[in-house]
Design a protein around this ligand. Structure first.
Ligand code: MSP
Length: 519
């Protein structure tokens, strides 16, 4: 198994509810998954990046009702807003799954049947609290009475709960408590970051109960096999999307090769579904578990509250992208917010971060070097005379970057990867100041060419490393060094630039924003 998955990478976003306009909070996971997927593709992996929409459940049903629309027609219209994120955010997802598609209904049905055949599903009646906004069941202890409204709410989310009583199918999750704990003990990286892992472990240790997995008072959902009075509980159906994307229930090569490498990136609010419900359901169906579930934090509005569709405090990415640029937004979200933690975001911070790192550090570096090459080397890659220790030191630092960045990407720490890339960007800027090629132009042309060649080589490597994070801008950098599309991967990491190659006219890559524009 290890061999066939060695170079496979399956990365997934949560599937988004079709309830309102997608915002930066929802875009966040997709952007990070995109950078991880792109990085692995550059590194020669067989990558599959899956995203999509969660279209069943009471929440979507109520939204369609409110809009006065037929539910399927509502979904068909709303899904377009989510699909539009792919070009808008330059996402490279290989597939987009909708839970109302036939392929998914087939997969969810087969998955249910597998759990049932193995004896893990039984019928009973359910009574308890339910939060429609979370599509989640809560116990009495998990709720509180809001002092202002006197309404009962879920402590975890602050969302109102309603009393629910109905016949229901149950999944015997309690039977998997020990097996799940053993799995997490044997696979310490299966839940990340570590703080979240501990939370999940103590939840499991506090005792797993059986869960209701069907609804009889709702007709919008995938019918329970052989009992059309019930539809599957939305999470039962939704989680299976990760298998549908690989062709389940067919025994496809993707199921065999990609499934064991699966990395689910999710928000912290839905970790329990992914780290407790999902693996136990997979065990019940007799399937292997995903490799990792990583729970990230929330993007918060200036007022310290989670940005959300229902709170109406969410930033819509379109305006930000139009004003500041897509790669600026991507860079900012991945560099400024520690992946795993909550992060306050603002236009001011975006402008500050991108002016400093992109316009001043990286943009200036490329601009200074490439315009000197254009003016003083006849617009061609310079010819080095022999590298001095200072040149070699910088080249080695840039050479070592790939392994460092790779390590951070494997650890799901994109913010650290970017931090390390900027250590080299700053070292290159310090080198250029120290070497002063503009002065060498008058005294030692050969040495000037060596210094500029060193810098071109370092910029090439930086451009390869930033590619997954900022594909468009990195392509502009690599274009200006005449790097062919074939050489834009880590396989070409050591393929040095060829002296005398003619370069295109240099152009600025990252514009600088003045402070007042940030408002
Ligand atoms: N449909 C379920 C997921 C099913 S996966 C099998 C769902 N959908 S959601 O649309 O409500 O949320 C999708 C993701 O967006 C979640 O991971 C959630 O944490 C994330 N975010 C929503 N608002 C967010 C922020 N303000 N910040 C960061 N992530 C945010 O849950």
């Amino acid at each position: 198994m290890a061999d066939s998955t060695h170079k496979s990478y399956y990365i997934t976003t949560p599937i988004y509810y079709l309830s309102g306009t997608p915002h930066i909070g929802t875009a966040y996971t997709s952007i990070i998954c995109d950078a991880l997927a792109r990085f692995k593709r550059l590194d020669g992996y067989n990558v599959k990046y899956l995203s999509g929409t969660d279209e069943h459940g009471l929440k979507v049903f109520q939204c369609a009702e409110k809009a006065g629309m037929d539910i399927q027609a509502y979904c068909d219209a709303e899904v377009e807003k989510f699909k539009a994120f792919t070009p808008l955010l330059n996402l490279s997802n290989d597939d987009f799954i909708r839970t109302t598609e036939d392929r998914h209904k087939r997969a969810a049905t087969a998955f249910w049947q597998a759990m049932e055949e193995n004896g893990w599903i039984y019928k009973d009646s359910y009574s308890g609290w339910y939060a429609v906004s979370d599509e989640a069941y809560y116990t009495e202890e998990e709720c509180y009475i809001c002092p202002d409204t006197k309404k009962r709410k879920a402590t975890a989310s602050g969302n109102e709960v309603v009393w629910m009583e109905e016949d229901s199918y149950f999944f015997k999750m309690s039977a998997f408590q020990d097996k799940l704990l053993t799995h997490y003990e044997q696979n310490p990286d299966a839940i990340q970051p570590a703080s979240r892992r501990n939370e999940v472990l103590s939840f499991i240790k506090s005792g797993l109960r059986d869960i209701s997995i069907s609804r009889s008072k709702l007709s919008w959902g995938i019918p329970v096999p052989n009992d059309d009075k019930h539809v599957m509980y939305v999470w039962t159906d939704a989680l299976v999307n990760y298998l549908t994307g690989l062709g389940y229930p067919d025994q496809t090569p993707e199921m065999e090769n990609l499934w064991p490498s699966a990395v689910h990136i999710v928000g912290k609010d839905i970790l329990r579904f992914h780290a407790v419900y999902w693996p136990t359901m997979l065990m019940a169906a007799g399937l292997p578990l995903p490799k990792t579930v990583f729970a990230h934090g929330w993007l918060m509005a200036g007022d310290g509250r989670k940005m959300s569709k229902s709170l109406g405090n969410a930033i819509i990415p379109t305006d930000i992208i139009e004003r500041y640029g897509l790669d600026q937004l991507r860079y900012y979200l991945m560099r400024d917010v520690v992946f795993g933690n909550d992060g306050n975001i603002s236009a001011e911070a975006l402008v500050h971060r991108t002016n400093s790192d992109l316009a001043n550090d990286l943009g200036n570096l490329a601009q200074r070097v490439l315009s000197m090459v254009a003016k003083n080397c006849d617009g061609k890659i310079p010819t080095p005379e022999g590298f001095e220790p200072e040149d070699q030191a910088l080249l080695q630092q840039a050479d070592a970057l790939l392994n460092t960045v790779r390590g951070h990407m494997d650890d799901l720490a994109p913010h650290k990867a970017l931090e390390e890339i900027w250590v080299v960007v700053r070292a290159a800027n310090a080198y250029i100041d120290h070497m002063a090629p503009w002065a060498l132009r008058k005294t030692n042309l050969g040495r000037m060419e060596t210094v500029l060649m060193t810098l071109c080589e370092v910029i090439r490597r930086i451009g390869l490393c930033t590619h997954a994070f900022m594909p468009q801008s990195s392509d502009k950098i690599l274009d200006q060094l005449a790097i062919t599309p074939d050489d834009r991967s880590f396989a070409a990491w050591n393929k040095a630039l060829v002296a005398e190659t003619t370069l295109p006219k240099p152009e600025g890559i990252f514009p600088r924003f003045v402070a007042k524009e940030a408002a």
